[in-house]
Design a protein around this ligand. Structure first.
Ligand code: ATP
Length: 364
């Protein structure tokens, strides 16, 4: 059983706090993805776990043992880098077997392991080639193979797919996940790509400016983002955020977006905003919760021009205006046209997210 624990892990470069007191517990066989925009500290955090970067404070523990003073090569972790980091003068076979040779494993055992890993990654035809004679995808498989062959306690991945084209990336992310699941090796994977995080992770750690924003399953993070940063970072297309004032409309409370656009606000949500002592909120809406409505002016509908339409095959994204802000609506292909005026859209009122207008924290 492998358990990796981070307690208050901190990194300061001069005056920059690149990673601020991160607590994280990664359980045996778990695939955890660190995700966030450029500069959020995800690579630094991974490199501290690998021992490639000294920590400024806190503890990193593997199976209850502190790693703080343990050299990278003694941590029983294997890292896969974005730029593959292959030895250019060695063949694929030598690259794969290098770590075993360093451990003085007998040649016949190295041969068997290289063959097994090459088979697993479909690299057998290339075993005698040098890295320069391989495609980007093949090089990345060799890099992956080098990590697998060591049979480490933990895999660390630093944006391993960033140099591959979009189609290859989709294929490789499935492959990595399948291999990892088959081997059951605890893994930490860094990416700036929220789709990669959503599709690969058991749990996602969202980072911003060195600080953990939220840790949870892809579903939890998508359904209940803790703040407006996570809400707009995770999901494709991003969640729309629209400022609104809470006012009353005879029958009950409404979200007033301006320009005559109003949506009813359920009683429980009104109570939450009242408790928070605010009458303005940022309203979060995902595209799947805005759709085309009939012509009746029912509650929960609004009228807008169609600013733009993007066809995705199975469905289309329409850019429409709610209170002067552009929002994305998911519609059937062919059901709206760019430039159309006065189309009516409906909002799933149960799926509205509300965020504090100043702190960005989730209210509902
Ligand atoms: P990216 O996706 O662009 O690689 P990242 O989320 O991995 O970004 P890091 O590379 O971990 O971010 O950097 C986090 C912060 O620490 C950034 O502000 C960066 O400029 C700073 N930083 C990283 N390495 C060093 C260093 N060796 N010296 C000084 N500052 C550094």
């Amino acid at each position: 059983m492998t358990e990796l624990t981070l307690r208050g892990v901190h990194k300061r470069f001069g005056t920059v706090d690149a990673v601020k007191a991160v607590d994280l517990n990664v359980t045996d066989g778990e695939f955890v993805v660190l995700v966030g925009p450029s500069g959020c500290g995800k690579s630094t955090l991974l490199r501290m776990i690998a021992g490639l970067e000294e920590i400024s404070g806190g503890d990193i523990m593997l199976d209850g043992r502190s790693l703080n003073a343990v050299a990278p090569r003694d941590r029983d972790m294997a890292m896969v880098f974005q730029d593959y980091a292959l030895y250019p003068h060695m063949t694929v076979s030598e690259n794969l077997g290098f770590s075993l040779k360093m451990r003085d494993l007998p040649a016949d055992q190295i041969y068997d392991k290289v063959r097994d890993v090459a088979q697993m990654l479909e690299l057998e035809p290339y075993l005698h080639r040098k890295p320069r004679a391989l495609s980007g995808g093949q090089r990345q498989r060799v890099a992956l193979g080098r990590a697998l062959i060591r049979d480490p306690k933990v895999f660390l991945f630093d944006e391993p797919l960033s140099n591959l084209d979009a189609k290859l990336r989709v294929g490789m992310r499935m492959e990595i996940r399948k291999l990892q699941a088959a081997l059951g090796t605890t893994s930490i994977y860094v990416t700036h790509d929220q789709t990669e995080a959503m599709t690969m992770a058991d749990r996602i750690v969202v980072l911003r400016l060195g600080e953990v924003q939220q840790i949870g399953s892809p579903n939890e993070i998508y359904q209940r983002p803790v703040n407006s940063f996570v809400a707009t970072f995770i999901g494709s297309p991003p969640m729309s955020l629209i400022p609104a004032t809470i006012s009353s409309d005879g029958g009950g409370a409404v979200l007033d977006f301006g320009e005559g656009h109003r949506l009813p606000l359920r009683a429980g949500r009104v109570e939450t905003t009242r408790r928070a002592g605010i009458n303005r909120v940022d309203v979060g809406l995902r595209s799947e919760h805005i759709s085309l409505a009939g012509d009746a002016a029912d509650a929960g509908t609004f009228v807008s021009d169609v600013v733009m339409v993007e066809d995705h095959g199975a469905d289309s994204m329409a850019v429409v205006r709610l209170g002067g802000r552009e929002v994305m609506a998911r519609v059937r292909p062919g059901s709206v046209r760019v430039g159309e005026t006065s189309r009516r859209f409906t909002v799933d009122l149960n799926a509205i997210h509300l965020f504090h207008p100043e702190t960005g924290m989730r209210l509902v």
